[in-house]
Design a protein around this ligand. Sequence first.
Ligand code: HEM
Length: 121
Amino acid sequence: MRASSISYPVAILAVLVGMLWGIVMAATHDHQAMPAHAHLNLLGWVSLFLFGLFYQVHPAIDRGHLALLQVLVWIIGTVIMTIGVALVHTGSPASGEPLASIGSIIVVIGMLLFGWIVMRR
Ligand code: HEM
């Protein structure tokens, strides 16, 4: 399975959830969860779509296990971090902070992996 065939659909799903979340925030005039909305959109949509573009123009890397691992690590980190940031900003910091911390470490690992993949090309 190619990494870009995972990153594109998940990026689309992330931005659809992110946009719905934005509409709900706007409609309810409750912007508390704004940092989580922003992180979901920027990590889950923008970054993941950019990974897909990079992998698509490098088909040999796209077919490799390392690229697939990188995309999966990024998706897991993004989901955990978004939930954690949302909890922190909506009144549950005790449960949100550990998740936000773990999620942020996972996305850093995902970016280090991506950096490695780009540099050794
Ligand atoms: C239907 C689409 C969207 C809606 C209705 C929406 C709605 C909102 C709302 C209500 C806020 C809070 C603004 C505030 O409290 O000052 C916000 C903030 C934000 N949104 Fe969205 N959003 C949408 C899509 C996106 C997308 C696609 C991205 C990124 C690619 C994005 C990135 C951000 C960022 C970075 C912030 C924080 C801005 C700041 O710090 O002032 N949003 N959005």
